[in-house]
Design a protein around this ligand. Structure first.
Ligand SMILES: Cc1cc2nc3c(=O)[nH]c(=O)nc-3n(C[C@H](O)[C@H](O)[C@H](O)COP(=O)(O)OP(=O)(O)OC[C@H]3O[C@@H](n4cnc5c(N)ncnc54)[C@H](O)[C@@H]3O)c2cc1C
Length: 321
């Protein structure tokens, strides 16, 4: 029996969609028991989507007086490491999101466990995990020694697989005292807004060709019709057209959407390092020699200032119908 905990992340009171992929990844283990851990006073809100559809054995609210937001990541990590111990977990999985990376690394360090972030594949029987290295030029297969394994799954890499099963819902209170070591005073929304770039199912990104911050408006209009997040190349960020939070690539964010629209982006290796696991890449570029045309699924040769607004109009029309 392999006991696997999955850390449930929420946004706006709903479970992040990418979490269901992480649960499906956990279920790949033979004879696995999957426990969903949610940092909350109770698991009621997460109950409905999780309880019957994803093969989860138990939904565990990891609760305490310290849990209310803005909660201390230090205490959350200590609470989770108690849960790993008390539930005798073989592995703890979470999303390789900003919050997930922070929390999983803290848990791994507290319990001296092997940690791999940004996992693309997990083979529980051989305890081998794959992740990309060197800006995506190579994929490393890492053999983990020791237990429990702490794994951050790249959002959207694992498809969610429905598995009907009724989960037991319970509350777990770790024996923790409040700590004054670290507290979050305030959380401010980043400038990017919209869906979280790293976890978005559709991303529309703009490059140097956008020419100004104001021109990103055409991408934002298209994104709002598509339900997409807006990204940018480093050239666009360096030019001050977009904040660094929107940068995709080697020195920016890694995205793995179903659809990636690259508008006025040449297709450098550094940009590809951040989006090459997108399921479908569409490039809009006015240069037939642009390298991105050799790496995309669909290429549109044209001026983005004509193509993108036309796309937005067409999508709005079909949505209205
Ligand atoms: C260590 C290092 C790390 C880096 N990290 C990153 C990173 O994280 N992310 C990243 O993106 N880059 C990164 N870079 C920079 C990278 O090498 C490229 O310089 C950058 O990606 C280029 O951005 P771009 O494609 O927007 O600009 P350009 O290369 O200038 O391309 C602009 C494209 O727009 C097209 N175009 C122009 N006008 C129009 C129009 N009207 N309609 C349609 N198309 C048009 C052009 O044909 C061209 O292909 C890094 C570089 C280094 C050295």
């Amino acid at each position: 029996m392999t006991r696997i905990g999955v850390l449930i992340e929420e946004t706006g009171g709903a479970i992040k969609k990418a979490v269901f992929g992480a649960i499906s990844a956990a279920r790949q283990a033979e004879q696995s028991e999957v426990y969903a851990f949610i940092l909350a006073d109770n698991a009621d809100s997460s109950r409905l989507p999780l309880q019957n559809n994803y093969g989860v054995e138990k939904i565990v609210a990891v609760a305490g007086p310290w849990i209310n937001t803005p909660a201390s990541p230090d205490l959350q990590a200590r609470a989770l490491s108690c849960a790993v111990d008390d539930f005798r977990l073989d592995a703890l999985l979470g999303l390789a999101s900003a919050a997930g990376k922070d929390l999983l690394a803290r848990v791994a360090s507290l319990i001296c466990a092997p940690l791999v972030l940004d996992c693309l594949e997990v083979d529980f029987s051989r305890v081998v995990v794959k992740k990309s290295h060197f800006s995506g030029r190579t994929t490393a297969a890492l053999q983990l020694k020791g237990r429990p394994w702490i794994l951050g799954i790249r959002p959207n890499v694992f498809p969610e697989v429905i598995a009907p099963r009724e989960a037991e819902v319970l509350t777990y209170q770790p024996p923790l005292q409040a700590s004054k070591k670290l507290a979050i005073k305030e959380i401010r929304q980043g400038a990017a807004g919209g869906p979280d770039l790293s976890e978005a199912e559709i991303v529309i990104s703009g490059g140097r060709a956008l020419g100004s911050a104001d021109n990103f408006r055409i991408l934002k209009e298209c994104a709002s019709v598509l339900g997409a997040a807006v990204g940018a190349s480093r050239a666009a960020v360096d030019a001050g057209f977009a904040p660094h939070a929107m940068q995709v690539g080697q020195t920016g964010k890694t995205v793995s959407p179903r659809l990636y629209l690259a508008c006025g982006i040449s297709g450098s290796v550094q940009h590809f390092a951040g989006m090459k696991t997108a399921k479908c890449i569409v490039a809009i570029n006015n240069d037939p020699e642009a390298p991105i045309f050799g790496k995309c699924d669909y290429g549109l040769l044209g001026d983005l200032f004509e193509v993108v607004p036309a796309l937005t109009r067409a999508l709005s029309r079909s949505e209205a119908k």
